[in-house]
Ligand binder design. Structure first.
Ligand code: GDP
Ligand code: IMO
Ligand code: MG
Length: 433
């Protein structure tokens, strides 16, 4: 059975958690393939609210196998906390599996993340300080520690010692901070290994086996295309391949396993952290959108920067990911606005352009050029049938579809699992029910 991929098309927080949970109902496997606990994926079910950081958003369904895949970086301290928290709320966690070749986030990664940000000062990325960048840097530098290494005390001891010796040189000589202790970290991680060891699997074989048995597999992207290490607004990005290309490298499967590439975009834009944001709103509408959309980081609680929908970057994201189904979330958030702007071009220095410039990350002289839509100024969160949406709302949606030339599968009109308008019912029922 060909697999489905959910991927964010903007700068993260598009509602991937909500949509993954929704589509998990009819999935056998939900797999994270990149990123780490820098993610915060929210799920609302009636009055219950969960935020998942490393665990796939299929976990609410007790029958779904949730794999933290090979391409993820795992902080066992926070993963164990997350598992315990779910158990506290009565969620079954016995189907959480961890790839043996995923890399481990160590305390020195968290410290180095913070120290590098301090060093960069005004040029800082605005990271989550979770240690994601330094952990991926060690992976690429071939000095990383993998989950499988924690299972071999001697090997772990040797690798950790070498790493700590090297990191302490950086910490003390470059950053002028206190060194870290080998013994403390060694003991701490040996304890974590005991707690998680029964979940550790060869994920590559498990995923292939599931595929050939005809199981329904959903890949859940974290972060988003404009934060992708290669194709995002570099250097203001995260350090993994968040776009659909990352599914294969992050889970050990060939591209032919994949069929439906479902892109998630908000009806506007947000960004948390630093970096270019051509459609950022400087006026009152920023506060309206932030308040209505509750735009505060799920991981760091930082206020998110808000802006108008940017169709130029969205088209680029659809192209990078090969999106064949689009989901628009948070349309309800725009309900109070009299006028809604949509960016269809950029003003780039003196020129008008219709493409996403590759040096956008180092050039803040890029501004959105807009067309305006009259708002619908009515609540829409209760609507479940597309035909019942206000006309101005439909015009907005149709324009997005027309510009991107991708069909909209579903519109989300509220945080709850039930607050959806399914447009392509045929596809949805065939694949997800
Ligand atoms: P993710 O990282 O992509 O999973 O997104 P987050 O969970 O970080 O942020 C999305 C936020 O918007 C969460 O608080 C969701 O509960 C909420 N949300 C998702 N879809 C909708 C929607 O259609 N309308 C509203 N008002 N909130 C939504
Ligand atoms: P989800 O999965 C939004 C941002 C950080 C920072 C940049 C680099 O919830 O959509 P990092 O800690 O990854 O090195 O930070 O990336 N960032 C996110 N922004 N949603 C996320 O995840 C993010 N994960 C990282 O704010 O700008
Ligand atoms: Mg999030």
């Amino acid at each position: 059975m060909p697999s489905n991929v959910i991927v964010g098309l903007q700068w993260g927080d598009e509602g991937k958690g909500k949509i993954t949970d929704l589509l998990s109902k009819n999935s056998d496997y939900v797999i994270r393939y990149q990123g780490g606990n820098n993610s915060g994926h929210s799920i609302h079910i009636n009055d219950r609210h969960f935020v998942l950081h490393s665990i796939p958003s299929g976990i609410i369904y007790s029958y779904v196998n949730c794999i933290i895949g090979p391409g993820v970086v795992i902080d066992p301290k926070y993963l164990i906390k997350e598992i315990k928290n779910l158990e506290f709320f009565g969620i079954k966690t016995d189907k959480i599996y961890i790839s043996n070749i995923a890399h481990v986030i160590m305390p020195y990664h968290r410290l180095l993340d913070k120290y590098q940000e301090e060093y960069l000062g005004k040029m800082s990325i605005g990271t989550t300080h979770c240690g994601i960048g330094p952990a991926y840097a060690d992976k690429i530098g071939r000095i990383g520690i993998r989950i499988i290494d924690l299972m071999d005390k001697n090997l772990f001891r040797i690798k950790l010692k070498k790493n700590i010796c090297f990191k302490n040189k950086i910490i003390t000589k470059i950053y002028k901070k206190d060194p870290i202790s080998f013994e403390d970290i060694y003991e701490e991680y040996i304890e974590y290994a005991k707690i998680i060891h029964h979940r550790i699997i060869d994920a590559v074989y498990k995923i292939h086996d599931a595929f050939y048995k005809g199981k329904k597999i959903l890949f859940e992207g974290a972060q988003a295309t404009l934060l992708d290490i290669n194709y995002g607004t570099y250097p203001y990005v995260t350090t993994s391949s968040c776009s659909t290309g990352g599914v294969c490298t992050g889970s050990g499967i060939p591209p032919v396993f994949l069929k439906n590439f479902i892109g998630i975009a908000k009806a506007y834009c947000t960004r948390v952290g630093n970096g270019p944001f051509p459609t950022e709103i400087k006026g009152d509408e920023n506060d309206i959108i932030r308040d209505e959309g509750d735009e505060y980081g799920s991981t760091t609680n930082r206020p998110r920067r808000c802006g108008w929908l940017d169709l130029v970057s969205l088209k680029y994201s659809c192209m990078i990911n090969g999106i064949n189904h689009l989901i628009i979330t948070k349309l309800d958030v725009l309900s109070k606005l009299k006028v809604i702007k949509v960016c269809t071009k950029y003003q780039y220095i003196e020129k008008i352009i219709k493409y996403f410039p590759s040096n956008i990350g180092v050039n803040d002289d890029i501004k959105g050029v807009y067309i305006e839509f009259p708002g619908w100024e009515k609540k829409i969160s209760h609507i479940r049938d597309y035909n019942n949406l206000p006309d101005n709302c439909k015009k907005y949606i149709k324009f997005i579809e027309y510009y991107l030339n991708v069909k909209i599968l579903l519109i989300s009109v509220g945080p709850d699992r039930t607050q959806n308008i399914i447009i392509n019912k045929h596809f949805f029922e065939k694949i997800f029910s």
